[in-house]
Design a protein around this ligand. Structure first.
Ligand SMILES: Nc1ncnc2c1ncn2[C@@H]1O[C@H](COP(=O)(O)OP(=O)(O)OP(=O)(O)O)[C@@H](O)[C@H]1O
Length: 303
């Protein structure tokens, strides 16, 4: 189902998870809604909790506190498993199976199996159906795992760094396949990635995790509209506080460049540019590493 009545792809309320009962929280107090029928980029620094969140959504882990729903169902239940595909980073497949065996297994296990779609993904990669999975290159292994995940015709596809092993041509082909899935079937896709430029044309929703907490859950176009990259003299620093929020700031000499969430008109003399999604995500990822004017002045004084 697509449109305004479509169920949210993911919905979390007060979600918390820790790997050991006495360990620290890997995910803490996460609350967000990812609308259905979108391609959502799940972004965060190493160790932020992206894989953990995807494993929870795929029903491989269970929340310690709070609630997570996928397509309005409980992750890991029979209904959720029928409607959700999760491709983990290790992309487990049987190494002794041939590619053809693997696709046949997909067909046996899934009542909605789309053989043509699965075979097309394999064929596009030039992978022989008779090849043994254990002898495939990592990129071809990823392709077969994706064919299995997509052949199931899921309503929600969860992908943990799916492009990491793929060559640039394969990345383009798989991206086009994913975008066609959303456009033609209204499939919801949530994919984690560190390759920010590739998200620019693909993703229409963004979920940013920072140290296990949700930093951002927002529409990509809205983010582009309500953020600005401003450059000007450092003595105007105070003009950026108040209604605006400085996400990240870099100072060089007496000039500063800042990514801001802009609320209303800007005071002062600034050169203003509309940021790309990549700039916005990069700014949020670096937010804790902010270089403040005072730091830069100390550096200059010491030089
Ligand atoms: N099986 C595990 N047992 C204990 N701790 C774990 C386990 N898996 C992950 N963690 C810890 O949980 C935190 C979040 O890890 P996670 O893999 O979810 O992050 P990530 O954002 O996917 O990172 P990356 O970008 O490096 O893939 C890290 O501190 C990690 O060390």
């Amino acid at each position: 189902m697509t449109g305004p009545d479509a169920p949210a792809a993911l919905r979390a309320t007060g979600l918390g998870f820790r790997y050991r009962a006495r360990g620290g929280w890997t995910l803490r107090d996460c609350g967000f809604t990812v609308p259905g029928g979108r391609i959502t980029a799940l972004v965060g620094r190493n160790g932020a909790g992206k894989s953990t969140l995807l494993h929870l959504a795929g029903g491989l882990l269970h929340a310690d506190v709070g609630e997570l729903r996928v397509l309005d169902t409980v992750p890991g239940t029979r209904e959720a498993r029928a409607r959700v595909s999760l491709l983990t980073q290790d992309k487990p497949l049987y190494p002794r199976f041939t590619v053809a065996d693997t696709l046949r297994m997909g067909e046996k296990l899934n009542s909605r199996w789309d053989r043509a779609a699965a075979e097309q993904i394999v064929r596009e990669g030039g992978i022989p159906l008779a090849a043994r999975v254990g002898e495939l290159s990592p990129g071809h292994h990823t392709r077969v795992a994706l064919a299995l995940a997509l052949g199931k015709r899921p309503e929600l596809l969860l992908l943990d760094e799916p492009m990491a092993d793929l060559d640039p041509v394969a990345r383009g082909e798989i991206t086009a396949t994913l975008m066609a899935e959303v456009a033609e079937r209204g499939t919801s896709i949530v994919l984690s990635s560190h390759v920010l430029p590739e998200l620019e044309q693909t993703c229409d929703w963004v979920l940013v995790l920072r140290n296990g907490s949700i930093e951002l859950s927002e529409d990509s176009d809205a983010l582009r509209e309500n953020h600005a990259v401003v450059t000007g003299h450092t003595d105007q620093n105070d003009a950026l506080t108040g209604p605006h929020t400085v996400v990240h700031r870099r100072v060089g000499g007496r000039q500063m460049t800042a990514l801001i969430r802009q609320r209303g008109p800007l005071r002062g003399d600034w050169h203003v540019e509309r940021p790309r999604l990549e700039d916005i995500l990069g700014g949020y990822l670096q937010a804790g590493d902010e270089v403040r004017p005072a730091d830069s002045e100390r550096t200059e004084a010491a030089a």
